[in-house]
Write a protein that binds this ligand. Structure first.
Ligand SMILES: Cc1cc2nc3c(=O)[nH]c(=O)nc-3n(C[C@H](O)[C@H](O)[C@H](O)COP(=O)(O)O)c2cc1C
Length: 355
């Protein structure tokens, strides 16, 4: 198995960076279930560069479990990116991952995210400057191109490879496609054929099961498989990929509760208050915000279980820690798998799906 920079990963399975999902609590759980690498969600290089308190909070990680710790940053200006990467390193980052796939206009209009696909030399320069500034391995995540007439993933691989990229992940849809249609795995296969063993290729897109992952490895020859939506509400997928069992009801209930409690603590710690509130009011606000933010995870965890749609309706009315804990215990300890459940629908808000 090809290493990523100096890091020999423990297996071939990587959690995808997902904004609003790949936060410290979920990354920790994914690592514990067997994922070999869990990059952070995209973090603004400008925010790091300006030492913005809010942005710095995204850098928190679980040093005991998150090894190696890969920080994804986005930005368009090479010097700002290099400086941001240095700050990331000072906060513990061991790998710097560059976002070259985000399709959102707010990001691409400043030359960041998938706009870098339109400028391979600048993308290469980012790798070079960040390597020089930090000495860390630099990875990148691209799409297949900007649109169907500009599918320049091989040119991107050359530009990044020339500057010593440590691994390249590809989500094989164009920027114009967003999340529509099927991921084109032939792009992953061509990339792997093209770069050989010069650096590892990480295949991504539409892997939801052990069978999908095996098929991606076999049909594309990629070195690693990156899983995003397939792990939503199902971090046990990483355990299954390594030959482990599906979760029991008790395991599911225990892990959902633990994720929720760690999420509460995380949000309370991350919160930057703009108003002057009493400590009690502040705690109440933080709890409510964390519960609302966790509703999506609860809906994902309920997928495929009998009574999931009723549970989802209930979840949308929960506001407090105690309410969530009681709902989780009641539902997950009792819920059987629903053999008639419709195929997985992700309920993802694609306006926040930044890759
Ligand atoms: C909610 C959500 C947020 C995402 N945020 C990011 C991100 O911050 N950085 C990134 O490179 N990709 C991001 N992506 C893209 C994923 O990393 C991945 O490329 C994409 O979901 C396709 O893989 P999948 O079919 O396994 O989900 C996001 C996707 C989703 C669904």
């Amino acid at each position: 198995m090809l290493p990523i920079g100096p890091y020999a990963l423990k297996n071939r399975f990587i959690l995808a960076p997902m904004a609003g999902v790949s936060e410290m609590p979920f990354r920790t759980i994914a690592f514990e279930q067997g994922a070999a690498l869990c990059p952070t969600e995209l973090v603004s290089a400008q925010g790091l560069f300006r030492i913005n308190t809010r942005t710095l909070r995204y850098l928190r990680f679980n040093a005991k479990v998150e090894r190696p710790y890969s920080l994804q940053i986005f930005g368009g200006e090479p010097e700002v990116m290099a400086q941001a990467a240095v700050i990331g390193k000072q906060h513990g980052a061991q790998i710097i991952d560059l976002n070259m796939g985000c399709p959102v206009k707010k990001v691409t209009k400043s030359g960041a995210g998938s706009a870098l696909m339109c400028d391979p030399p600048r993308a290469g320069l980012l790798v070079k400057l960040i390597r020089e500034a930090t000495g860390l391995p630099v990875t990148a995540k691209i799409r297949s191109g900007w649109d169907s007439t500009n599918r320049n993933f091989l040119e991107m691989a050359d530009a990044l490879g020339k500057e010593g990229v440590a691994a390249l992940a590809v989500h094989p849809r164009t920027r114009a496609q967003g999340y529509s249609g099927k991921a084109d795995w032939s792009v992953i296969a061509s990339l792997k054929r093209h770069v050989g063993n010069a650096f590892p290729i990480i295949g991504n897109g539409d892997v939801k099961t052990v069978e999908d992952a095996t098929r991606m490895l076999e049909t594309t020859g990629c070195d690693y498989v990156m899983i995003g939506r397939g792990a939503l509400g199902n971090p046990w997928l990483f355990r299954e990929l390594l030959g482990g069992p599906k979760p029991t009801r008790e395991e599911r209930a225990t892990l959902v509760l633990r994720h929720f409690r760690e999420h509460l603590a995380f949000v309370a710690h991350e919160r930057v208050s703009r108003e002057k509130l009493s400590p009690e009011e502040e705690a109440q606000r933080a709890e409510r915000a964390a519960v609302h933010n966790f509703r999506k995870h609860l809906a994902w965890y309920a997928h495929g279980l009998a009574g999931a749609s009723h549970f989802r309706n209930l979840v949308n009315r929960l506001d407090t820690k105690a309410e969530v804990e009681s709902a989780v215990e009641q539902f997950f300890l009792g819920a059987e798998r629903d053999v008639h459940a419709p195929p997985e629908e992700y309920d993802v808000d694609y306006r926040t799906a930044l890759g």
